[in-house]
Design a binder for this molecule. Structure first.
Ligand code: ATP
Ligand code: MG
Ligand code: MG
Length: 579
């Protein structure tokens, strides 16, 4: 097996496996989880976490659970659950694992499945003097919390008898109170309100929310807080390595305290999970906050969550990114504890690298200009051919006709050539017009051009050399520097092509309080009517191609119709953004 690229998490997992730190079902194990909140669509940052967690499970014969952290009923919807499952599967991961009985266990979990256990553990904490019901107003609670430089003050309710807290908590659950009237808080130690780590100052663990929950309906009107739910869900699922982003480092002391305290009540298999943090992905030229992505969707700045400009997984998919390219990207950026920015060109480079060896080649003229071969017989056509892929003969040969009138790119003609321009230009004074090879066809010489009444060039005239056809012996006699692509006007497939580019013009659109909406790239989507080689009418949704000289394109998975594909530009052939 090829050596795995190392990172600090793999090193921890390897040493734990060697030491037998976590034995599950008689075996040293690694069990991870990916725990999204179903309140939006996943983005490329989540892909890093998915590749990391599911990747560790795959590489060390462990398991990774998909767990919805669905404890905030107001913001969560089934639509988000469905798209998250879809995105994880599209990335090539799976949470079904064979069990000892020869069946399959589906490790798709919901924190809401643990509501009864979470509640029972909260009662245990109250009984043991580790939690109390606080009845301060939200304002008083915030004021008494103190801040980084000021210790907090104990709530006047902190020392109410456990029996009183227990009765209040039961009444909270029974629906006797309105939202915000009471809250359940942990009591970690006598002097916890002066802990330097704010997260240890009697953190809230249950609150009242009279809200309908997607999965539990109206069964509950109290909901556990994230910091309480997360460690317990990990422990109930026998997670060994609970991997999260660095902003949770300050939450780790509570994570450890909670699981250690509840372990005394015999709630979990031992040893309990341990939390490890890594640095989140910050990618240039996009935003990766669900809230900001939602704003782009809701204000119709983009065409939905799966708009090909979006850094969501559904957006990347529709743009034409492959799961393999995203895996390559996640391997390449690695896993560290150092905060930093990854340049968008790294992601773009990965999709080029993945597609170059496998994408069939095709011809597309994106900004058409007519070319007339004056000495080519009217009404005649003949076949030209080219390998589907220059390095993979097994992918076959594609054919397309040449005829008297062709489409070429506007930019392949200049009335007055600039220095070093080797494509078409007309005869000037005593100099002949440019000689250019029509790729996979004939060598031609420019003889003139037509303009309309506005001075716009509308046609280029050339003559061809009948003994110059590519692949025939005579073609070697012609040495020309210009080599351009074309399609025959009579048989070309007309198609909508969307030329996507980066969503923002600024590398860090949401850093330092910038108004990210003002930094949108107005040219991130351009729609053109292009002419494609006729065989492209058979392109199926999600099929990817290299359009020669242009870049990589995919047949849009939503808007393509049988025989009438619509294409999205995935990425240009070269990086046009770096300085
Ligand atoms: P947002 O802040 O955009 O709402 P989130 O972190 O709250 O995102 P969750 O659904 O809670 O979204 O995330 C699920 C998992 O994905 C978490 O473990 C989180 O640490 C991880 N994650 C989120 N964003 C990134 C990122 N940019 N890089 C790496 N991992 C991330
Ligand atoms: Mg979160
Ligand atoms: Mg969030």
């Amino acid at each position: 097996a090829p050596a795995l690229p190392s990172n600090f998490l793999r090193a921890i997992v390897e040493s734990d496996l060697a030491a037998g730190t976590h034995v599950r079902e008689g075996m040293p194990s690694v069990i991870t989880r990916f725990p999204p909140e179903p309140n939006g669509y996943l983005h490329v940052g989540h892909a890093k976490s998915i590749c990391l967690n599911f990747g560790l499970a795959r590489d060390y014969q462990g398991r990774c659970n998909l767990r919805f952290d669905d404890t905030n009923p107001a913001k969560e919807e089934q639509e988000y659950v469905d798209t998250i499952i879809d995105s994880v599967k599209w990335l090539g991961f799976n949470y079904d694992y064979p069990n000892a009985a020869g069946g399959i266990d589906h490790h798709l979990h919901y924190a809401s499945d643990y509501f009864d256990q979470l509640y029972a553990m909260a009662e245990y904490l109250i009984e043991q003097g580790y939690a109390y019901v606080d009845s301060q107003s939200a304002e008083d609670m915030a004021a008494n919390r103190g801040n980084f430089s000021t210790p907090g003050k104990n709530s006047p309710f902190r020392n109410r008898p456990a029996a009183e807290s227990l009765q209040l908590f039961r009444d909270m659950k029974a629906g006797k109170y309105a939202d915000g009237e009471h809250i359940l808080r942990a009591k970690i130690s006598e002097d916890a309100m002066s802990a330097p780590n704010m997260n240890m100052r009697d953190p809230a663990i249950y609150r009242i929310r009279h809200a309908h929950h997607v999965r539990t309906g109206d069964a509950w009107c109290i909901y556990p807080m994230y910091d309480y739910t997360h460690p317990i869900s990990d422990a109930l699922e026998n997670i060994t390595h609970s991997i999260c982003t660095l902003e949770f480092q300050d939450h780790r002391p509570f994570y450890d305290w909670l699981l250690a305290t509840l372990s005394k009540g015999g709630f979990f298999q031992l040893p309990v999970p341990r939390q490890y943090e890594f640095s989140r992905l910050n990618l240039t030229y996009v935003v990766t906050s669900k809230r900001k992505l939602r704003q782009l969707v809701e204000e119709n700045i983009v065409d939905g969550w799966d708009d090909p400009r979006m850094p969501t997984i559904v957006g990347l998919r529709r743009r034409g990114y492959t799961p393999e390219a995203i895996h390559l990207f996640c391997e390449r950026i690695g896993v560290t504890k150092a905060d930093g920015w990854i340049d968008m060109s790294t992601l773009e480079g990965c999709v080029r690298e993945d597609l170059d060896p496998k994408a069939p080649r095709a011809t597309a003229v994106l900004r058409p200009l007519k070319l007339i071969i004056d000495n080519y017989p009217e009404g005649q056509t003949e076949e030209c051919s080219s390998p589907v892929h220059p390095h993979h003969p097994e992918m076959g040969v594609r054919t397309f006709p040449i005829s008297r009138e062709l489409w070429i790119e506007e930019e392949d003609f200049m009335e007055v050539p600039s220095k070093g321009y080797f494509r078409y230009y007309p005869p000037i004074d005593d100099k002949p017009g440019a000689r250019v090879r029509l790729r996979h066809g004939y060598v031609t010489e420019c003889t003139g051009y037509d303009k309309d009444e506005n001075g716009k060039v509308v046609a280029v005239h050339v003559n061809y050399f009948p003994d110059s056809k590519s692949g025939t012996p005579g073609s070697d006699n012609y040495k020309v520097k210009g080599n351009i692509h074309w399609v025959s006007t009579a048989s070309a497939l007309q198609a909508e092509v969307r030329l996507y580019d980066r969503l923002f013009t600024d590398a860090q659109p949401d850093a330092g309080g910038k108004d990210f909406i003002a930094l949108l790239n107005p040219n991130a989507k351009e729609v053109v009517t292009a002419y494609l080689e006729p065989g492209m009418s058979a392109a199926l949704p999600d099929q990817r191609y290299q359009f020669e000289r242009h870049g990589y394109f995919v047949a849009d998975r939503v808007d393509s119709q049988p025989g009438k594909p619509v294409f999205n530009r995935i990425v240009t052939l070269k990086d046009n953004w770096s300085a």
